[in-house]
Design a binder for this molecule. Structure first.
Ligand SMILES: *Cc1c(COP(=O)(O)O)cnc(C)c1O
Length: 423
């Protein structure tokens, strides 16, 4: 990592000076590369849908849409974001275990968006809404599979879950056409988990889901127009991890898809990806405010913290693991020392880096946390201590665009309603 950190030739330090810190910076080239590298080798029958919850910025979604990606959304605002990013409704699926009546009324459609139903109660509500609006909407069934695939520390399926309907329950449904006469059940969805870094797990999940989808559609007697095989491909964050190799992954995955596709050429296959697409493209930039020592350890207190980047806490193992980080403007070969890098929140949990090897830090220094484009502010306690959402900059075609401004005092306080003493 060079200390002179640039994104498409633009100095990250200059972006930090111009837009202030803490700041998220996204590199559209990295985003595009990540998508295209996979797209080029992935079986052409597999469509990539972007899971907006990984990074709901409309500009990010628009970049991926321009490359051909569909969208997987889980709220009305995510649906509106995908539409604003130019995603065609026919390329949007709406899922989530607790959709409201309002969300379903907006998303149910005959030839647009596809709703993925996660419970029998939701199917009943969709039926009611379909009748109310005289629609025959397309819906998919999210299944909670009975099979279990172990790999890379992950073991999923076969567990009680709030997501989807248990495979056993779905297979026991009698006469779905009589129970939900207005709905057109067109497909099956399964999602086996996140941060998968094992080829074997991806391949075996896919085999299991394709087989199960065929079994469910033939047992329930609906045409299998779509199978969503989930996704959840990970990226390497920590020392002991390595990235998936798209070539080697698809050499094993494509034959599984091909066998299915040859048998059912009319069935669409969707893969949902969030983290995999956006994580490598994002950098979280923060500035050191104070340095100090406490009982023999060094601390740098920065203006950025876990309220914007909860993922960097590195939970999920007994030892805290650090995201890749660099001190900008410091030559990489200076002697490094262990630093605890903490944010402004009044909790010991606000530790972004623990005993990280960084050069001798001083107030004013910038620290960049890499691979931060997924599950940043949207998956963090942004309102804790009321600092609000950071600014976001997208560098595309050699130009920096402010794609989200920092929350202001009015943004944060304006929605509070003081009690009127006169009332
Ligand atoms: C969160 C989620 C995704 C995206 O997961 P990633 O690991 O970021 O790819 C996709 N599908 C479903 C159903 C999800 O809940």
């Amino acid at each position: 990592m060079t200390a002179d950190h640039r994104i498409q030739g633009i100095s990250t330090a200059e972006l930090a000076a111009q837009h202030g810190t803490p700041l998220y910076v996204y590199d559209a080239d990295l985003l595009r590369d990540q998508y295209r590298t996979l797209r080029e080798v992935l079986h052409p029958a597999v469509e990539i849908f972007y899971s907006l919850k990984a990074n709901p910025n409309v500009a990010i979604c628009a970049e991926l849409r321009k490359l051909g990606s569909g969208a997987e959304v889980s709220s009305l605002v995510e649906l509106a974001t995908a539409r604003r990013a130019g995603v065609d409704d026919a390329r949007i699926i709406f899922l989530g275990p607790g959709k409201s009546r309002e969300e379903l009324a907006e998303a149910l459609s005959e030839d647009g968006c596809t709703v993925v139903c996660e419970s029998f109660g939701e199917l009943d509500l969709c039926e009611e809404l379909a009748r109310e609006h005289a629609l025959s909407p397309r819906v998919m069934l999210r299944v909670n599979p009975a099979f279990e695939v172990r790999g890379a520390g992950l073991s999923m399926g076969g567990k009680p879950r709030q997501f989807g309907m248990d495979e056993e329950q779905l297979l026991a449904v009698d006469e779905p056409a009589a129970r939900w006469p207005s709905l057109r059940i067109v497909g099956v969805h399964a999602y086996m988990g996140t941060r998968i870094l094992s080829e074997d797990t991806v391949v075996r999940n896919t085999e299991g889901i394709l087989e199960l989808a065929e079994r469910i559609s033939s047992r329930l007697g609906f045409p299998l127009d779509v199978v969503d095989i989930g996704g959840g491909l990970g990226v390497a964050y920590f020392d002991n991890e390595s990235d998936l190799d798209p070539k080697s992954l698809t050499q094993r995955l494509n034959p599984v898809v091909e066998t299915f596709h040859a048998r059912r050429p009319g069935t669409r296959v969707i893969m949902e990806l969030g983290r995999y697409l956006t994580a490598p493209a994002g950098t979280y930039v923060m500035r050191v405010r104070y340095t100090k020592t406490s009982r023999g350890e060094r601390f740098a207190i920065t203006d950025g913290g876990t309220h914007h980047h909860m993922a960097a806490v590195g939970i999920g193992s007994f030892v805290k693991r650090n995201f890749p980080a660099t001190a900008l403007g410091r030559s990489a070969d200076t002697e490094t020392e262990p630093w605890n890098v903490c944010g402004p929140l009044c909790t010991p949990g606000d530790t972004l880096l623990k005993k990280a090897s960084l050069p001798d830090l001083r107030p004013g220094d910038l620290i960049a946390i890499e691979r931060s484009g997924a599950y940043g502010p949207s998956a963090s306690p942004v309102f804790f201590l009321s600092h609000g959402h950071p600014a976001e900059v997208l560098v595309a075609d050699g130009r920096a665009h402010l794609v989200r401004r920092r929350d202001t005092l009015d943004d944060l306080l304006g929605k509070q309603v003081p009690v009127d003493p006169e009332s």
